[in-house]
Design a protein around this ligand. Structure first.
Ligand SMILES: [Zn+2]
Length: 325
């Protein structure tokens, strides 16, 4: 057997997913484990190792045949001297985790932010060779994103570049998780949609969302929004429309700024409501984009779903390994 596989790990809020990929990024086996103690970095390390072991077993690949591990993590990942990467997250520091994993596995470990990793996965697996410039925007409970410019991830001076969700689009707008006000995430994410619906309900407007979800509005899922929308809930429809319009404004501004050939939209909210949101996004972009940048501009929805982040983590390890050999 040739030594030629890559391991990928994606660390989410409550779960870890790992997979083994061939050199050409075909998935050989995949495993998922719940994070046992998310506040504890040792607990994360144990869960990551358990998940990797499961993925290797499913793929029938041994560590000796693995060239490197790519990790997709929440939080920004900054470049460091010596080619290492450190991530900051409110829950844990990933640089000690990277160093511990390298020691435990005897493999080079490369870390990237989740939005960047998903964008890279889509770029390498869905749009390989078709364009050097692509921006990925993933809308769910929050907003993740990444930018490929000239064929490379654009990371900025300290690794924070490409945070589309924190572009400020409304002066004095709603509070964002980042501490700012009026960010795209606070206007267009599922959390933003739900908080507008809750505010409307508190002001006496009628909505069936709480009834459809079976619990409070703030915890409603994408599928609950879809059900309420199809049952004619006007408040839900209005809030989803507003989210699509703000997303369109963000895409138009980014198109004017970077003139990429392709925007790729993804994430749970977009997947659940693509046929309702995407036409509004396209129309809003059309109204706000400069004629030069609109020429040939493609705005597409990714087919890779949740797999994009893992593919991107493997692609990130492959890119780093190839650049060092
Ligand atoms: Zn923000």
């Amino acid at each position: 057997m040739n030594k030629g596989f890559y391991l990928a790990v994606e660390v989410g809020r409550s779960k870890i997913v790992s997979a083994v990929f061939t050199m050409k990024l075909a998935c050989m086996g995949r495993e998922r484990v719940a994070i046992k103690n998310e506040a504890d970095s040792d607990g994360i390390l144990t869960s990551v190792l358990e998940c990797i072991e499961g993925a290797l077993a499913r793929a029938e690949v041994t560590l000796n045949d693995v060239l490197g591990l790519g990790m997709s993590v929440p939080g920004a990942v900054s470049s460091e001297a010596g080619g290492g990467f450190a991530a900051s997250s409110p829950r844990w520091e990933s640089d000690p985790l990277r160093v511990q994993l390298q020691a435990e596995l005897g493999l080079p470990v490369f870390v990237e932010n989740r939005g960047n990793a998903a964008t890279l996965g889509i770029y390498e697996c869905e749009y390989a060779g078709k364009s050097g410039d692509l921006i990925g925007i993933f809308i769910g409970g929050g907003i993740r994103s990444g930018m490929i410019l000239g064929g490379n991830l654009f990371r900025g001076a300290s690794g924070w570049a490409g945070e589309v969700g924190h572009m400020v689009l409304k002066r004095g707008g709603p509070k964002c998780r980042c501490g700012n006000n009026g960010c795209l995430e606070a206007l267009a994410s599922r959390a933003a949609i739900l908080s507008r619906i809750q505010a409307g309900a508190s002001a006496g407007r009628r909505t069936i969302l709480g009834e459809v979800a079976g619990h409070e509005i703030e915890r409603a899922k994408n599928s609950d929004l879809r059900k309420a929308l199809f049952r004619g809930d006007a408040l839900v429809a209005e809030s989803i429309l507003e989210s699509a319009e703000y997303t369109g404004l963000a895409v138009a501004s980014l198109a004017n700024l970077f003139n990429p050939a392709v925007f790729v939209l993804g994430g749970g909210l977009i997947r659940a409501l693509a046929s309702e949101m995407v036409p509004v996004i396209l129309e809003t972009v059309d109204q706000h984009v400069m004629p030069g940048t609109s020429k040939g501009l493609k705005i597409l929805v990714s087919d890779l779903d949740d797999h994009a982040g893992l593919l991107g983590a493997a692609a990130w390890a492959r890119r780093n390994r190839l650049s060092k050999t």
